[in-house]
Design a protein around this ligand. Structure first.
Ligand SMILES: NC(=O)c1ccc[n+]([C@@H]2O[C@H](COP(=O)([O-])OP(=O)(O)OC[C@H]3O[C@@H](n4cnc5c(N)ncnc54)[C@H](OP(=O)(O)O)[C@@H]3O)[C@@H](O)[C@H]2O)c1
Length: 379
């Protein structure tokens, strides 16, 4: 006699229902994706000839080869905006993420599955105010300003007066001022707000010679830190000249193998594992990841994969480890403007290109070896 307790099995009918439900959901998702993909479009070819034209960089399809200088309608400021005649703009890795539509998750998050939804490019700008909306009290025509606004690779932009725009210090060129917004604000917020850098603390900046890194070395010094910059051989003198107390040449030495410990590590490159980075932190150290990954190795998640992993990883270690997204705003731009006016901060400009050369500028930044900032001059 078999007296084993009988295990209850789900009836076969339920198995069938489950199987068909899963299949139906998968097919529905596939159909939804196909429809969304092929319906993904933008305003290219829909606008007539501009009545009041300006030149701007436009891309109707993903890829640097699709960037074009075109005449489009000059923007008109609304009541809360200012009209700025752009004199210079600067390039960030942010721009090539949009040009390439990578990491691909960006496309699913609203950037445009098949084609870019927003066909304009560029964020950082500096220029002269030409007109102001009726609610604007902060600026007047003739003011020289700098900041960030989508579509900055153009002759004109219309930022909101209360957002990421500030008066340009008189002693700064438009090129210098245009290089500040994304890189300068990222460095400031990463060190001051996330890293909470205190005088005398040891700060490591991985990727000290790039757009963010060159601002970060100077800002960390002005916060009173003992700064170590990581860069390649050709950039050692540059990083030292920005005030770094120590420089590690990554082509000769792996900082994660050193016995030195840091209170704050700003990671602009993301080329070491989280456990390796944790290994160089003091017991109460902070690791601030801002990005990483080149234009050719973004895949589906790009640097976001590491950021998500950091959220989990940090739960199991004493140190604070996580990613930071910069938030461009008027107050921080004004702080950076004051630092530049007083000579505490000096943008490093690698190269300048003309507006029609934006594709070359993007290709250069995509290589991942810019020394400071790449600037676009606009006539
Ligand atoms: N989270 C945010 O809000 C935010 C904001 C701004 C930027 N980002 C991200 O932060 C990253 C850096 O931005 P960025 O504007 O500074 O870029 P970038 O100007 O293109 O920086 C390139 C720099 O990285 C250096 N580099 C390359 N490989 C390195 C390595 N193995 N070790 C150390 N340095 C290395 C290069 O130096 P060599 O030529 O000497 O190799 C070059 O100076 C990007 O991934 C960007 O997308 C994020």
């Amino acid at each position: 006699m078999n007296d084993k307790p009988k295990t209850k099995r789900p009836p076969k009918r339920w198995k069938r229902v489950l199987k068909w439900s899963v299949l139906t959901i998968l097919v529905a998702l596939f159909v939804w994706f196909e429809i969304a993909y092929w319906r993904s479009t933008n305003d290219c070819g829909k606008a007539g000839a501009p009545t009041n034209p300006m030149k701007a960089i436009v891309y109707c399809d993903y890829g640097v080869a699709n960037l074009k200088l075109e005449e489009i309608e000059k923007p008109v400021p609304n009541d809360d905006q200012i009209l700025v005649r752009v004199r210079a703009a600067s390039v960030n890795p942010y721009d090539w993420h949009f040009v390439e539509g990578t990491p691909y998750v960006m496309r699913a998050m609203g950037v445009g599955l098949r084609k870019p939804k927003d066909t304009r490019l560029g964020v950082d700008f500096a220029g002269t105010v030409e007109a102001v909306g009726k609610n604007v009290t902060q600026f007047k025509p003739g003011d020289e300003v700098f900041g960030g606004r989508g579509g900055a690779f153009a002759q004109y932009v219309c930022p909101r007066a209360t957002r990421a725009v500030a008066l340009k210090p008189a002693n700064m060129s438009f090129e210098d001022a245009a290089s500040v917004n994304i890189a300068g604000i990222t460095a400031l917020q990463a060190l001051r707000d996330k890293g909470k850098v205190q005088p005398g603390q040891k700060v490591l900046i991985n990727g000290a010679s790039g757009g963010v890194g060159t601002f970060a070395v100077q800002i960390a010094k002005s916060l009173g830190a003992d700064v170590t910059g990581v860069c390649s051989t050709r950039n050692i003198d540059l990083v030292k000249s920005l005030g770094a107390d120590h420089v590690i040449d990554y082509t000769k030495e792996d900082f994660t193998k050193s016995a030195e410990r840091y209170d704050v590590m700003l990671d602009n490159v993301g080329n070491h594992s989280l456990s390796e980075c944790k290994g160089v932190l003091t017991p109460a150290g902070k690791y601030v990841l801002i990005g990483g990954g080149g234009a050719g190795d973004q895949g589906f998640l790009g640097g976001l994969g590491k950021a998500l992993w950091a959220m989990v990883f940090s739960k199991f270690v004493n140190q604070q480890m996580g990613m930071m997204m910069a938030d461009a705003n008027h107050n921080d731009l004004s702080i950076l403007a004051d630092m530049m006016q007083s000579g505490k901060l000096k943008p490093v400009i690698d190269r300048t290109y003309k507006l029609e050369q934006v594709p070359d500028a993007i290709r250069y930044v995509e290589q991942g070896h810019a020394r400071g900032k790449v600037v676009i001059t606009v006539e």
